[in-house]
Every structure is written in C-alpha cells, then in structure tokens.
Ligand binder design. Structure first.
Ligand code: C2O
Ligand code: CU
Length: 477
C-alpha cells in the first residue's frame, strides 16, 4: 500500500519534532544575549519585603569615592608579557608594573587610596576589583556592572577610603577566570603591623607559589610576635597551620576575631578569595614553618632549622572559635530573607550542553536578582547541593554567619566576604544593606562563575548604564 511509507515518514518526522522541539526550546532559551544590562538580568526577588521602587534613580557611576587629594597614590600598568616564576622559569601572563603579583598596596586606616590603572597590552581589556574592601559601587571594578573594561591604550582611576583595617587583595574582574590565573592580582593591606608576613598563595601555570616565589624565609626575633596574613588567590580551598609554635586566628577576611584562643595541632581553612591572619609568638632557638595546604610550598620564619610537619587533621571551627561580641545590628529584625540554593543539572548554557550550576533552580542569566533598599537587615541562607564546594563572595558587604547546618554560631562574630560552602552544607548569614549599588554575589572558584554561578544584589533605584557583552566586550567572569 502506497500510503504506508509516507505515513511512516510522517510519524518519524513528528517523533523527531516531539523529541527535538523541547531541546531546541531549551537551547534557544539558554542563549545569553550578546548585549545585556545587568538590571535586566533574571527576575526580581524581594525576599518577602516590599517591592520598593525609588522615585529617582541613582546611576552606579555616580557612587564614587571622595574627591580631594589622595594619601596613597599608585600607578599600575598592565601588560601581557612573559615573566619568571622564581625557580621555575618563564610563563606567558599578565603583569602590573612588570611584576606578578602586582605591587603590594599599603594604606593606613582612613587613607584615601587612588589607583590609576593603565592597560598597555592586554587584548581583552582589564579592570581591578578590591576583594573584601567595601568600596563605593563605582569603584568596585566589575566590567559590565560598575564600569567598562579598560581597553588597550586606556586608563581608569579608582578612589576609595581604606576605612577597615585588614588583609585584602585586588584582581581583574574582566575575564577574571583567565586574567587572575595569568597574574593580574596583588595584595592590599590596610594598617600593617610591625612584624607582618604576607603569605599570598597563587598557582601559576600549575606551579604553586607564595608571594610569587616557590617558598621563602623571613626573619623574626625569638619572643617577638608575628602576624601572618594568609591570602588565597586560587580557585580552591586549602588549610594552613603552624609547625613549631601555637598560634591564634586573629582575623578573618579583614575583620578581627574577638578573644581568639591559642591553638596547636590544628589547621585553619582558607577558602578561595579568603584571608586569614594568624598570630604567632616566635619560639626561642628555632624557626617556624607555615604550612600552606600541604605540598612543598611553605613559608619559614626565623633562624635555624624549621620543623617539618604534616597537615593536622583537626580544624579550627570558626563557628565556635573566640567569644561572642556585639554585631551592631539585630538579625532577628530582618526585613528581607533570601535563599541562595546552589544546584547543578544537565542542560544548555549559551547553547552549550553540559552540567550547569543553578541558583534557586534557575540557570544563568535567568537567575534571581536580590532586591534590597538601603537600611534593610538581610538574612540569606546559602545552601549547596551541587556536588562541589563553592567559595561564595558577595561584593560591597561583609556578612556575619548565624548558623551552619542549623547549628547556631557561638564563637566570635564570624564576619566574612568569602565563605566556603561545602556540598550538602547550608549557612545562614546576615548583613545590613548599607552600601548602595549593584553588587555581584558569586562563586570565587572563578571558572564556576564563568559557568554561570553568578547573581547580583541590587539596591532599588540604583541603575547602571554598563552592559555585559556589548560594544565594550565586558565579560566580568
Ligand atoms: Cu574577588 Cu567578584 O571577586
Ligand atoms: Cu563554585
């Protein structure tokens, strides 16, 4: 019968459409527009609070640091060039003033810092973000949100007051998953103490370094007190410890710990982007070794032989470390309550099939926009069921940890800007919305951010004229 093959063909075509149409629909839906305003991204989530609309918009570009003469003036020139990793040879990367890490920036509390960033030869354009410093929004350095990427031959001036003492770092926030790895970063210390030792860990081209070198020795007199500033500029967490002396964890992410007790035979976790300051009293007649996540990269302080130890199995738990103190606000009076559920599922991202991160079940760029009003007390539960660890970083604010997996915090207020959220772990954090702007809230495993683990906290009424993609080719992740 003649109709049969034709009917079969029709059924086959129909079946193909039934199977492919939803796939095509998902594929099509996953395409990220080549030119997207961050304000148009995803959907508003008011966290149970009022859907406020400010009467007069405020452009992010107007939320700058103060004018007037600066106390610290730094000029940085970024170049794509070859540089030496001590002990390992040359690598093609990105330098600031011909070095990576870039120059260490040091300020006193209250100083007005002015950094002029010039791009001599980085083809994708660059920015600088002041990781952990709660700068005014226009100074935050996020390409496509707070500024355009600085293209070759251009420059950009950042100005902010170093109002909080502590250990910070800076890095590019344009194509950051590549540029940070390639070397576009540096250390920023506000109010260093006399006996400071910075230990900024960075992996260049599979070579793990501390302060740009393979390991180093610093001097310190026996009996003196040393402050070791641990900085994790990589994408994954590691644990630090001290061989040869007890220590205290005196600061986390730039905030002093209240009444830190002395610990020995314990390590402390430093998550990606995070900083932890240790205080050690130098022993008599021997050196100490700072273990930096196992492996050969360590830092030795003092004279004589340095003890070699393995990573202690026990960890300092910041949830119960130190003594409680005033927070300065009441999290029980929250005006907005958000959830930030991190998951993972198969699908398309910008047309590419894969296993992609989800935020509250949605995929980038169709993710929640956390909407707040200045003065809000905000609570947020960050829950991770994605199968991998995520170092979560909110720009422009520090958050305080209220609980982990339902267990309330009992130690010193645990203020953080880079929080290690393990798989199957859940943290409740709180903060005051006191810094108007549009702020990235993303995973600091930067390839994860590039894979869509990014959303924003947006103050009602704040607008931006910058675009993701677009003619400036802004690509913050
Ligand atoms: Cu250290 Cu959004 O970054
Ligand atoms: Cu992640």
């Amino acid at each position: 019968m003649a109709w049969r093959p034709r009917r079969r063909t029709a059924i086959a075509v129909l079946a193909t459409i039934v199977v492919l149409a939803p796939i095509a629909w998902f594929w099509q839906r996953s395409l990220v527009p080549g030119d997207l305003s961050p304000m148009e991204m995803g959907f508003a989530d008011y966290g149970g609070g009022p859907a406020t609309h400010a009467h007069h918009g405020q452009d992010v570009g107007t939320l700058t640091g103060p004018s007037g003469p600066a106390d610290v003036v730094v000029d940085l020139v970024a170049r794509q060039e070859r540089f030496d990793i001590p002990g390992r040879g040359p690598m093609d990367g990105i330098t600031l003033n011909h070095t990576s890490p870039g120059p260490e920036i040091v300020a006193k509390q209250g100083d007005l810092v002015q950094v002029t960033l010039q791009n001599e030869s980085v083809p994708d354009g660059i920015t600088l973000h002041w990781h952990g410093v709660d700068v005014p929004a226009a100074e935050d350095g996020v390409a496509g949100v707070t500024q355009d990427a600085v293209q070759r031959g251009q420059s950009h001036v950042y100005r902010f007051v170093a109002k909080d003492v502590g250990t910070y770092w800076y890095h590019s926030h344009q194509v950051s998953h590549e540029q940070v790895k390639k070397g576009l970063w540096g250390v920023l210390i506000v109010e260093p103490t006399a006996n400071d030792v910075v230990a900024a860990v960075h992996t260049y081209d599979k070579v793990r370094t501390v302060n740009g070198g393979y390991g180093e020795r610093r001097v310190a007199a026996p009996g003196s007190t040393v402050r070791v500033r641990l900085i994790n500029t990589d994408n994954g967490p590691w644990a630090a410890w001290v061989d040869g002396a007890p220590y205290r964890v005196v600061a986390v992410d730039g905030t002093e710990v209240n009444a830190p007790p002395e610990v020995s035979n314990k390590s402390v976790l430093v998550t990606a982007g995070g900083r932890v300051d240790l205080q050690v009293t130098m022993p008599q007649g021997s050196a100490i070794r700072i273990g930096l996540g196992g492996g050969p990269t360590t830092l030795v302080i003092g004279e004589g032989n340095a003890p070699a130890g393995a990573e202690p199995r026990e960890r300092v738990d910041l949830l119960s470390y130190g003594k409680p103190a005033q927070l300065g606000f009441d999290p029980a009076k929250a005006t907005r309550v958000f959830r930030y559920d991190i998951g993972r599922r198969p699908g398309f991202l910008d047309g590419r099939p894969g296993l992609w991160w989800t935020i509250n079940g949605h995929q980038y760029p169709d993710v929640p926009m956390f909407m707040v009003t200045e003065g809000d007390v905000v609570r947020m539960t960050i829950k991770n069921t994605s199968g991998q660890v995520h170092p979560m970083h909110l720009h422009g604010h520090h958050v305080v940890v209220l609980s982990r997996d339902g267990v309330a915090a009992t130690g010193s207020p645990w203020w953080t800007d880079s929080l290690n959220v393990e798989d199957d772990e859940s943290f409740e954090v709180a903060f005051v919305a006191d810094n108007p702007g549009i702020w990235m809230d993303h995973c600091h495993n930067l390839p994860h951010a590039a894979q869509g683990l990014v959303t924003h906290l947006m103050y009602s009424g704040v607008t931006t004229k910058f675009h993701l993609g677009g003619s400036a080719s802004n690509q913050p992740e």
